[in-house]
Design a protein around this ligand. Structure first.
Ligand code: GDP
Length: 215
């Protein structure tokens, strides 16, 4: 299958708009697997390096100013945060990774929690792997991809902060990312190109989630 940028029809985008017009609320923060809420219909997760723009993207997706907390302390949040959308979808905010100052034991605890979560969560339809468009893929992102391949959990790359690089640089990052994804069996073949500042690609990402929820 060839890889490219995700696209949806106007009908699919409209269905997503209706879905995302519903309430989104914080459900719970989880530090251990036995605290996970009972599985709902559909669950999608968001992961990425600290400071990738994950909180901003989640808030933009659900149209709330501060649903997911934008944190100035990278690596501080170690919880898996659950948000509900329209009472039927769980949006799961995974703790940011790749912050050098976090002690080794905490990194290990994080990796173990994520590994167990990925393996054991049947309702998890997809993990959105957020990548900063200014930097492209880093070694820790590749490690997460390998974790996903191992756990056989479908993941899809979402480029963030796409308002920042120049168009030619953005094109290069997209091409390089797609090339790497082709080597990962759990990778979804299309990617999303987004900006929370310019609202680029938000409709398409909503449509992706809406399509997953529709089955
Ligand atoms: P998190 O640590 O992954 O949750 O990242 P945040 O959402 O807190 O964002 C980290 C920094 O990037 C903040 O200063 C945001 O204002 C900035 N940021 C987030 N999204 C965008 C975006 O789409 N464009 C630009 N230019 N900056 C962004």
């Amino acid at each position: 299958m060839s890889t490219s940028i995700a696209e949806f029809t106007p009908e699919e985008i409209e269905a997503a708009r209706v879905l995302f017009a519903h309430e989104s609320d914080f459900l719970c923060g989880v530090v251990a697997l036995d605290g996970l809420p009972e599985a709902a219909g559909v669950e999608v997760a968001f992961a990425g390096r600290s400071n990738v723009g994950k909180s901003s993207l989640l808030n933009t997706l659900v149209g709330r100013k501060a649903l997911a907390r934008t944190s100035n302390t990278p690596g501080r949040t170690q919880e898996i945060n659950y948000f509900t959308l329209a009472d039927e979808i769980y949006l799961v905010d995974m703790p940011g990774y790749g912050y050098a100052k976090v002690e080794r034991t905490r990194v290990e605890a994080w990796t173990q929690l994520i590994r167990d979560y990925l393996r054991g969560r049947a309702s998890l339809r997809r993990l959105f792997l957020l990548i900063d468009a200014r930097h492209g893929l880093k070694p820790t992102d590749i490690e997460i991809m390998e974790l996903m391949d191992e756990a056989a959990v479908s993941f899809q790359v979402v480029l963030t902060k796409c308002d920042k690089p120049k168009p030619v640089q953005l094109d290069q990052v997209i091409a390089k990312t797609l090339k790497t994804l082709a080597k990962h069996p759990a990778a979804h073949p299309t990617i999303h190109v987004t900006s929370s500042v310019k609202l680029t690609g938000i409709d398409m990402l909503r449509a992706e989630i809406s399509a997953l929820a529709a089955g």
